[in-house]
Ligand binder design. Structure first.
Ligand code: ADP
Length: 189
């Protein structure tokens, strides 16, 4: 069974929701760079201080900050047998860094799952989330900017993984459980 998985997709596609479900089904940790950054912002750590202004503006945190954070996380015991990365890699430089981290550990990726959803749907979801969760980057302007940044910097990564034969596209529209089943199917596929 595939155990080293990347979840990729635009903001609001439902990566976090699916990552949590897949993590318990597959017994591997879900590692969300966004969650780690938010925890650090909340805890007012040095890392949080570095990340906050980028996050609030809908910009990516600089690669060197993000890469070393992920390298540390992947070295923890619970990630030795597998992991599900949510929100990383997001730039081509991060793809290269992740390749190096895995190579150094003698591991390789098993699958990259792209959750797809159309723009109107996801803007709507994110605006609804703004009401309930109050994330500081869920205002309409910042949401639109995050989607542009995604399209420009992260969408191209799907081609890289497609060329490696790792990409599995899954429709992110519909019932949460139905989407989890779709993902499990392509992973088992
Ligand atoms: P979303 O997918 O809704 O944009 P995330 O929780 O994944 O939300 O990310 C929130 C913010 O955290 C991003 O806009 C960015 O500032 C920062 N971030 C998360 N992951 C990365 C990453 N891999 N590289 C750079 N910045 C990141």
């Amino acid at each position: 069974m595939t155990k080293r998985i990347i979840l990729i997709g635009p903001p609001g596609a439902g990566k976090g929701t699916q990552a949590a479900k897949l993590s318990s089904t597959l017994s591997i940790p879900a590692i969300s760079t966004g969650d780690i950054f938010r925890a650090n912002v909340k805890g007012e750590t040095e890392l949080g201080k570095k990340a906050k202004r980028y996050m609030d503006a809908g910009e990516y945190v600089p690669d060197e900050v993000t890469n070393s954070m992920v390298a540390d996380r992947l070295q923890q015991d619970d990630a030795k047998e597998g992991f599900l990365l949510d929100g990383y890699p997001r730039t081509e430089a991060q793809v290269n860094e992740l390749d190096k981290m895995l190579e150094a550990a003698g591991h390789s990726l098993d699958a990259v799952v792209e959750l797809t959803a159309d723009t109107d749907e996801i803007v709507g979801r994110l605006l609804a989330r703004a009401q309930t969760e109050g994330r500081s980057d869920d205002t309409e302007d910042v949401i639109r900017h995050r989607m542009d940044v995604y399209e420009e910097q992260t969408q191209p990564l799907t081609d890289i993984y497609r060329r490696r034969g790792l990409l599995r596209q899954v429709d992110g529209l519909g019932e949460i459980d139905a989407i989890t089943e779709r993902i499990m199917k392509v992973l088992e596929g």
